[in-house]
Design a protein around this ligand. Structure first.
Ligand SMILES: [Zn+2]
Length: 105
């Protein structure tokens, strides 16, 4: 799921390298490239680094949110198991659900 989100992110926010009227100062990865042949073909404007930072931030935020949701669901299932125990009700279905949720992480 998170990979899909990053693919959409990449499509919606493509990397935009620095392009200058004087191509000597453009990033080598800009659409028209850089006229300074002494520089490498690597991005030197910071756009790729910034894009990776944003992707990393998004992934970490999503993982954190997922972990919070899974933790809350597990807590609720545990409460339900305890209630079922106190009422002498079977807990196998709740335990199976707990195990399923645990494997999602
Ligand atoms: Zn660049």
């Amino acid at each position: 799921m998170n990979k899909d989100i990053l693919e959409v992110f990449d499509e919606k926010f493509p990397i935009q390298h620095h392009e200058c009227d004087d191509c000597w100062y453009s990033c080598p990865k800009a659409s028209d490239g850089c006229c300074d042949e002494s520089v490498s073909d690597e991005c030197n404007c910071g756009a790729e680094r910034k894009h990776e930072e944003l992707r990393d931030f998004i992934m970490k935020a999503l993982q954190k949110k997922e972990s919070e949701i899974i933790r809350k669901i597990k807590m609720q299932i545990t409460k339900e198991i305890n209630i079922a125990h106190s009422e002498n009700q079977p807990t196998s279905r709740l335990t199976s659900l707990y195990m399923f949720i645990s494997k999602l992480k």
